[in-house]
Design a protein around this ligand. Sequence first.
Ligand code: ATP
Length: 358
Amino acid sequence: MSKQTYLELHNIHQMFGTHQALKDVSLNVDEGEFVCFLGPSGCGKTSLLRIIAGLDTPTSGAILQAEKNITHSPISQRDFGIVFQSYALFPNLSVADNIAYGLVSKKFSANDRRARVTELLATVGMSGSEAKYPAQLSGGQQQRVALARALATSPGLLLLDEPLSALDARVRAHLRQEIKQLQEKLGVTTIMVTHDQEEALTMADKIVVMNQGVIEQIGSPQDVYAHPQSPFVAEFVGEMNFLSAKVSGTGQMQSGGLTLRCDQSSHLMFGDAAQLAIRPEDVRFHIAGEKDNLLNAKVLHLEFLGSRVRSLLHLENHERPILADISMNEMSRLNLSQGQTITCQLPHDRLHVFGGAA
Ligand code: ATP
């Protein structure tokens, strides 16, 4: 069953003076979907979230929520809850009063407010904290309260502006899981801004990769990781090695004087400059019986990462070294050491091909 579109962004442009922060951004968010805006600092993700929240008005373009044009609706008439990076709780209000803040204007009775606060505190795993004050809570607990506050009025849309980035790594990983589970349970349509690719990959149903005010790619985490449509996405989501190349035939590239087969070059013409790209985990070493895309490589460095070993390889005839990940099983079979020369393979079905020189 296909999902209903809940939020539509149509051709959003945002100018700040002469600076164009958003260029022709269009996007649909489905009901109940968890969408991440992912990109480096300054790419425009917060500007886009602020427009959706009504904190800013776009220079041009339109936003529809549940089929209603809200582009110029005041915040008070919008249906969303928001959590910011810095906890933004009222320091002089108790946890209960912070959470109940938005319920007062919605005309909840005192009894209903109390019941709703109890329910929300249970939902975010903080039962019994009604009387505490923000200063008595850890960062992670404050973000749970902020989340409870954002959910208090059961909004149709939950907006999360880097909600985890001020927390330490362990709390962040834990809360990441909890927010995801809670979002799935409640089914609330959610948009989260993050510059952290791991956060986006683990939490999102749909990732919107942004760069310099434009959307570079929209897709599921699996899709964006496995099929990046530009070198920017390839490098920003996960890790990627790049080799300069030139198209030398159908499904064939010249790189460092070697001929490499690749499956993805059909959009390019003979003689075109290209970049070949491969993820560290796709470089192979166990290559008995293989003939294609074999290269001699010198092991420059080995780094033990617990479940795998990361190697830095100097490929024959190539200037830029590449990273290759080796499982511990393979590592014990290969018995690799620094300075050794080995044969590796860049499998043709694992090579990504992008037009243009590096
Ligand atoms: P970060 O992760 O650092 O918050 P971001 O991707 O969220 O980055 P935005 O905050 O949306 O980026 O900013 C996009 C661009 O617009 C940046 O170049 C920023 O300097 C600029 N910008 C944002 N808000 C304003 C403003 N109110 N006035 C002028 N320029 C702004």
